[in-house]
Design a protein around this ligand. Structure first.
Ligand code: NAD
Length: 345
């Protein structure tokens, strides 16, 4: 893409992730939304209309459902992708793979989400690790919310101290806040009972040299996951040196003692009070007091990960990585600045 040109972005799947990526793209100086798509009429269609995003649908037999509700339809998904340089596919896991022949046929670049397998694209992305490797690719996958959160902190620590191995436990939210169909309502569910959970192998899809084993369980909450991360380091580290790494990374936030926050609920309240759109926490929320060094080279910490938000900024960078020659650090700066995002320190 030449200087001064705008990257045309389509969002295929305007749901929890898609609507956030659409708003994040729309405020970037070098990108524009050419359309968003949905399958069935619901409140999100009114939001697309209010934002001025042309709305496309996969199944034209549903057109009347939208138009009778006062939402006009710009055309089919195929017509939408014909207008785009890059499609962000934020359809539910598994649908993206089915969409791949359509993107191939129309020779459009596409970004997949963590619900798709690594093999769908052969390239799993995190802007702090492998931005340059996405340049010119037709297909890139932004890893899931949990994997994004793990990769960010593991990569920083690995670059400075070397990571011998990682052991992490994910306490996962049961559903997104608006999802009334999922549970559990009153249980702690092992996800799965066996080790490892899928998160460890997924981290290796970005950082393939890291020895990592993970376990996960699901609890009845809707806002954020909580990770216990333990890393054995190759070189001894101090707590202060690890905190410095966190302070230096624009997408790692530190929740300090004075804030008095020790739960996801209080973090959500804080994000609301900061005026973040949809209460979104785009950064890892590392609890400063939890950062501990045991026996000289064992690092422990707790981090909160907002499942609906941390991948949003990564999608914006992935678009630039694939479709422009803007370097990684500049893209991350541009993305953050356009969102008015200053990490909590
Ligand atoms: P969602 O169900 O909230 O939204 C999906 C949207 O896609 C809906 O609007 C639906 O109408 C639309 N859709 C379905 N089939 C379609 C089709 N064939 N063509 C066009 N649109 C279609 O899902 P989500 O939570 O936003 O998840 C999307 C992807 O992001 C998945 O891969 C998921 O694993 C991943 N992800 C989700 C989260 C999260 O916490 N919600 C976090 C990180 C990654």
């Amino acid at each position: 893409m030449g200087e001064g040109m705008t990257i045309k972005v389509a969002i295929n799947g305007y749901g929890t992730i898609g609507k956030r990526v659409a708003d994040a793209v729309a405020c970037q100086p070098d990108m524009e939304i050419v359309g968003v798509s949905k399958t069935s009429m619901n409140a999100d269609a009114y939001i697309a209309k209010a934002r001025g995003y042309p709305l496309y649908i996969a199944d034209m037999t549903k057109r009347a459902d939208f138009e009778n509700a006062g939402v006009s339809i710009a055309g089919t998904v195929i017509e939408m992708i014909a207008k785009a340089d890059v499609v962000v596919d934020a359809t539910p896991g598994g649908i993206g793979l089915k969409n791949k022949p359509m993107y191939e046929e129309h020779k459009v670049q596409a970004i997949y989400q963590g619900g798709e397998k690594h093999t769908t694209t052969g390239f799993s992305f995190n802007s702090s690790v492998n931005y340059d490797g996405a340049q010119g690719r037709q297909f890139v996958r932004v890893v899931s919310c949990n994997t994004t959160g793990l990769v960010r902190i593991i990569n920083e620590v690995d670059k400075e101290f070397g990571v011998e191995k990682v052991r992490a436990v994910m306490v996962r939210r049961a559903s997104d806040p608006g999802d009334i169909k999922r549970g559990p309502v009153d249980a702690i569910v092992l996800d799965p009972v066996t080790l490892p959970s899928h998160h460890g192998p997924d981290v290796q899809s970005v950082l393939n040299h890291i020895d990592i084993t993970t376990a996960a369980m699901i609890v009845p909450t809707t806002f954020m996951h909580m990770h216990t991360v333990q890393m054995t380091l190759k070189k001894p580290a101090t707590r202060e040196a690890v905190l410095e790494l966190c302070r230096a990374h624009s997408r790692i936030g530190l929740i300090n003692k004075a804030a008095g926050i020790k739960s996801t609920a209080e973090l959500k309240e804080h994000m609301q009070d900061l005026g973040r759109p949809r209460s979104d926490m785009w950064e890892n929320g590392i609890f400063e007091e939890s950062v501990s060094i045991v026996d000289g080279n064992e690092l422990w910490l707790f981090q909160a990960i907002h499942q609906e938000a941390d991948v949003v900024v990564e999608n914006v960078d992935a678009i630039r990585a694939m479709a422009s020659d803007v370097p990684a650090a500049e893209s991350i700066r541009m993305t953050n600045e356009a969102l008015g995002f200053v990490a909590v320190k």
